[in-house]
Design a binder for this molecule. Structure first.
Ligand code: TXA
Ligand code: MG
Length: 317
């Protein structure tokens, strides 16, 4: 989409949100299913469309730090993080403002709120046009891999959406990094599209998720799961498996009947993150006996890739 059709699609998306409808919204991380954060009926429909437990709170998306300050209470550290990394793949969990415009249902009754300013130009245009906070969980059905293309989003939750925007394939490909800044000590609740090292350069070492872990059900095992079982750290595929490789292709051919997807032939973790969910879905569509995944380095974006793969495999993280 370019020019006038884009502007028209954005106007339609904003109108759908105002009317209490759900909108498939591209972000730089993954596609979200968006609703007016202050409209309890819309948010209830959103939980229902995803099949998501109501104790799992949503992220409020805003255009910028000024809008975020109306939703949540920032301290100097959280403000510094927002200034450094927004718009971008960082979500901050902060004390909520009572009149911040995010309803109790979206916050799952907590006194904290997750807030992020996404970088994708279409998300920015919708948020600027709408004016208030928009909740947008990943547009998959609960427990399934996140969609990174419009087609995958429509396949997951399109039936419930009043409008959908095509932003192309998501550049980052894994969800935002979630950091709680509640008592001065920043804690990593979910590794994601912003590398830990970039955050720690500002904050010093991040504490691990403490008691909030139970409050971030995105952190539970068997999340992001395809239908086929997932076998990790696989040196070779076995007959009947689909093969997610990484780095230069091994010299020998794959066993007969093995379909192969390479997350990054050059061994680039950014490319692997961008391909991760689309390749998992493509491999799953061939109905293999299992999806075998090559070892992936754990530095940089490898931390988020490893996290999603372990959850896809059903390991407790
Ligand atoms: O990249 C992303 O963050 C995508 C795009 C669409 O923006 N959204 C996304 O939303 O991944 P969702 O709902 O799938 O994941 C939000 C995560 C969940 O693990 C949730 O439990 C956690 O953030 N979360 C939300 N509010 C929280 C809070 N107040 N305290 C702790 N965790 C919270
Ligand atoms: Mg999700």
């Amino acid at each position: 989409m370019t020019g006038a059709p884009v502007a028209q699609a954005v106007v339609q998306a904003v109108a759908a949100l105002r009317a209490g409808g759900l909108v498939i919204l591209p972000t730089e991380t993954v596609y979200g299913l968006a609703a007016d954060a202050g409209n309890a009926q819309a948010v209830a429909r959103l939980y229902e469309a995803k099949g998501r437990p109501r104790f799992n709170p949503l992220i409020a998306h805003v255009a910028d730090l000024a809008a975020a300050e109306r939703v949540a209470r920032f301290d100097p550290l959280s403000r510094r993080l927002a200034e450094a990394f927004w718009p971008g793949p960082l979500t901050l969990v902060l004390p909520a403002r009572a009149e911040g415009g995010v309803g109790e249902l979206a916050q799952a009754g907590l006194e904290t709120v997750a807030v992020r300013a996404p970088a994708h130009p279409l998300a920015q245009a919708v948020l600027a046009g709408f004016g208030g906070p928009v909740v947008a969980p990943s547009a998959n059905r609960s427990g399934r891999p996140s969609p990174t293309t419009l087609a995958d989003a429509v396949e997951e939750t399109g039936a419930a959406a009043a409008a959908a925007l095509d932003g192309g394939p998501c550049a980052v490909g894994v969800e935002s990094t979630v950091v709680a800044v509640l008592d001065g000590a920043p804690r990593l609740l979910r590794p994601g599209g912003l590398e830990r090292a970039a955050i720690e350069a500002l904050t010093g070492p991040l504490a691990e998720a403490g008691s909030e872990t139970g409050r971030s059900p995105g952190r539970l095992a068997l999340h992001y799961a395809p239908d086929a079982p997932v076998r990790l750290e696989a040196a070779q595929p076995r007959p009947g498996e689909a093969w997610l490789s990484f780095g230069p292709a091994p010299p020998g051919p794959a066993p007969p009947g093995c379909a192969v997807w390479n997350l990054s032939p050059s061994g680039d973790l950014r490319e692997a993150a961008a391909n991760l969910f689309a390749h998992l879905r493509a491999a799953d569509r061939t109905r293999p006996v299992a999806i075998a995944v090559a070892p992936i380095p754990s530095h940089g974006l490898g931390e988020a890739i490893d996290d999603r793969l372990r959850r896809a495999a059903g390991y407790v993280g």
